[in-house]
Ligand binder design. Structure first.
Ligand code: SAH
Length: 340
């Protein structure tokens, strides 16, 4: 028995063929799930009792619940309880261009970035495709508005849950599914290069963001252990390949940590590293947490860093801050429930 939201349209077609039903049943079911938003298979009006009974034997719909919400201006945070009593969070941001949901991909995270709160809770397991989908459907249901944008930047490393991530994208992007345009989907990774290579073969126009956070290996090794496996040179080579293949601009995220990676020489080194690459840099003022020594860079330092990149013809923005009052800002997500 599994959640029906684990299956792509193609997998549903196979399912129906296997139970000796016509393949168009899959389209019908997809529509009931994603366009009409049923809560129970018995709500389906264009299938026989026999099929509905079979669906009920083979699948369940929903196995997670929003147990808490917090709101702060244009940001809301939702805490989900999963069927095995694990907890994850999603963050909704109301932008002038639509409602954007930041979703989690794992219970915890194994990447161990030293500055990040989510990683303090070691990865317990990957989220299933259905658990990725239901974050979107449940929040949409709650707010009674359409979610137009999805950012995969919550708890977990998406490329460490690659297969479920790809199925999730296929379903939310599918015109018969939730139909969120690929250009409205952003995936953020700490830089698992073999998976970036696989990802670039997919036919989507999805935005890719790389958490870079340092301009050289020595520094990146210190704050992001994953760099010892996939170095900056590896990463930049793969990114160049990605841009050539997909013709898409890439985003580099760079958190500014006081006196660690925010000096003038770092800005100059970063400008050199990214010279000639079709990218843009998102500078993120660090959101301080209680559990480590890192501090946010001073305002003037951030401006100076920005100016140096700009002067060197790097397209750069400073990320607007969202949700810090309700611990919903980047890197602050981790369920309070899980706090040991
Ligand atoms: N694992 C993925 C996605 C989740 S983290 C990744 O590494 O990209 C989303 C972003 O928030 C990453 O860029 C991460 O480095 C950043 N982040 C982590 N802790 C932060 C903090 N305290 N303040 C600001 N950004 C943070």
């Amino acid at each position: 028995m599994q959640s029906v939201y684990n299956l792509t349209l193609e997998e549903l077609i196979n399912y129906f063929l296997n139970i000796n039903e016509k393949s168009y049943r899959a389209n019908q079911l997809f529509e009931w799930l994603y366009k009409k938003g049923i809560n129970n298979f018995t709500e389906i009006t264009n299938m026989s009792k026999k099929i509905i009974n079979q669906l009920n034997r083979d699948f369940y719909l929903d196995n997670m619940t929003i147990i808490k919400e917090e709101h702060d201006n244009d940001v809301s945070k939702y805490l989900f309880q999963l069927s095995d009593d694990n907890y994850i969070e999603s963050v909704l941001m109301n932008h002038n261009y639509g409602n954007s949901l930041c979703i989690s991909t794992q219970v915890g995270c194994s990447m161990g970035c030293l500055f990040c709160e989510s990683g303090r809770l070691k990865k317990k397991r990957n989220l299933e495709t259905s658990e990725l989908i239901l974050q979107v459907l449940k929040v949409q249901n709650m707010i009674k508005k359409r979610i137009s944008h999805v950012v995969v930047m919550g708890i977990g490393e998406p490329f460490d849950n690659y297969i479920n991530l790809c199925k999730f994208i296929e379903i939310i992007n599918h015109p018969k599914g939730i139909a969120i345009g690929a250009r409205h989907i952003t995936i953020s990774t700490c830089g698992i290069t073999p998976k970036i290579k696989e990802f670039m073969k997919l036919p989507y126009q999805i935005n890719l963001a790389i958490s870079l956070h340092a301009p050289n290996d020595k520094l990146r090794n210190q704050i992001m252990p994953i760099n010892k496996r996939y170095s900056i040179t590896d990463l930049i080579n793969v990114i160049k390949e990605y841009i050539e293949k997909t013709n898409r601009r890439i985003t580099f995220e760079y958190i500014l940590l006081r006196d660690i990676n925010d000096r003038k020489e770092h800005a100059i080194e970063l400008s050199k590293l990214l010279q000639g690459i079709n990218c843009y840099v998102n500078l993120i003022p660090y959101n301080e947490t209680n559990n480590n020594q890192y501090k946010r860079s001073k305002k003037d330092t951030i401006k100076e860093f920005y100016d140096i990149l700009k002067k060197n013809n790097i397209i750069v923005t400073i990320r607007m801050e969202f949700g810090s009052n309700i611990s919903a800002a980047c890197g602050q997500l981790r369920s309070k429930k899980e706090e040991a």
